[in-house]
Design a protein around this ligand. Structure first.
Ligand code: GLP
Length: 243
C-alpha cells in the first residue's frame, strides 16, 4: 500500500486526477470504477479541466459506479446517476452507453444486483477503482457488519450513514434507507485501487483502516490485503496516522 500525503484537498484532487489521466492515456478503453460523495468532486473537476484543455480523451473509456440509492429515480437530484452526470459525464466525451451505475429504480434487488455483477463481468473487470471513505469506515455502501459481503447486494444503511447523508436532503425522512452497492469482493477484484480521503473528521477512521485489525467492522480495512492500493490523503486526514 502506498500512502501519498498532500497538503490539502486541492492537492489531493490534482494528484488523483493525474493518476486517472495516466490510466486513460495508458489504456484508452480502460474500465474506471467511479465513486460519489463530496471527496471525488475536486478530482472530477480536474479531469474535466484536462479534457477541456485537450489533454484527455474519454471516447473509449468505460465506467462502473460503486453504488446507488435504492428507490431514487435517475432524475432525482440526489441519485448517484444525477451526481455523475453533473460532476463528470456531461462535461466530457464519455459515451453514455459506456457508463454503468446500479439502477436504484429497480425494485427487485436480487435481479438488479445480479444484473450489475453481469455488467462488471462483461466489462472484464475494473482497471482502476476510486474509493472514498465513509465516516464509519464504509467503502461503496458496504457498512460495518459481521462479515465482508462478496458481490453486489442491497444494503440497509446504518444510522450514522443516514445522518451523514442528511445534509443533502430536505427532510430526514427523504434520506434513502437502502442502497445497491458493489460488494467487498467486487471491489477487491479491481486491478488497482485509489482511496481518497480528506479532512480531520476522517483521521481516526483512516488510521483504523490503514493500521488497525482487518475486520468487517471497518470495511475499508480489507484494503490492507489488496496488492495495489494507493491512498491519497491530505495532512488533516492523516493526522492520526503514523508510519
Ligand atoms: C457515501 C458513498 C461512499 C462515499 C462516502 C463518503 O456514503 N456511498 O462511496 O465514499 O459517502 O462520502 P464523502 O466523500 O462525502 O465523505
Amino acid at each position: 500500500m502506498r500512502i501519498y500525503r498532500t497538503s490539502d484537498y486541492q492537492e489531493m484532487s490534482r494528484a488523483a486526477a493525474r493518476i486517472l489521466a495516466a490510466q486513460i492515456q495508458l489504456k484508452p478503453d480502460c474500465v474506471l470504477g467511479l465513486a460519489t460523495g463530496s471527496t471525488p468532486i475536486g478530482t472530477y473537476e480536474e479531469l474535466v479541466r484536462m479534457y477541456q484543455n485537450g489533454q484527455l480523451d474519454f471516447s473509449e473509456v468505460r465506467s462502473a459506479n460503486l453504488d446507488e440509492y435504492r428507490g431514487l429515480l435517475r432524475d432525482n437530484d440526489q441519485s448517484y446517476y444525477y451526481f455523475m452526470q453533473q460532476n463528470l459525464f456531461r462535461h466530457v466525451n464519455i459515451r453514455p452507453e459506456n457508463t454503468n451505475i446500479p439502477d436504484g429504480s429497480q425494485p427487485d434487488a436480487d435481479a438488479e444486483c445480479a444484473r450489475y455483477e453481469d455488467v462488471l463481468a462483461h466489462l472484464g473487470g475494473v482497471d482502476l477503482q476510486i474509493l472514498g471513505l465513509g465516516h464509519n469506515g464504509h467503502i461503496g455502501f458496504n457498512e460495518p457488519a459481521d462479515h465482508f459481503p462478496k458481490a453486489t447486494h442491497c444494503v440497509d444503511l446504518t444510522r450514522s450513514t443516514i445522518e451523514a447523508n442528511r445534509r443533502f436532503f430536505e427532510r430526514e425522512e427523504d434520506v434513502p434507507r437502502q442502497a445497491y452497492t458493489m460488494g467487498i469482493g467486487t471491489i477487491m477484484k479491481a486491478q488497482k485501487i485509489l482511496l481518497l480521503v480528506s479532512g480531520a473528521a476522517k483521521a481516526d477512521i483512516l488510521a483504523a483502516a490503514l493500521r488497525g485489525p482487518v475486520t468487517p467492522q471497518v470495511p475499508a480495512s480489507i484494503l490492507q490485503f489488496h496488492p495495489d492500493v494507493t491512498v491519497i490523503a491530505d495532512e488533516a486526514a492523516l493526522s492520526a496516522f503514523s508510519g
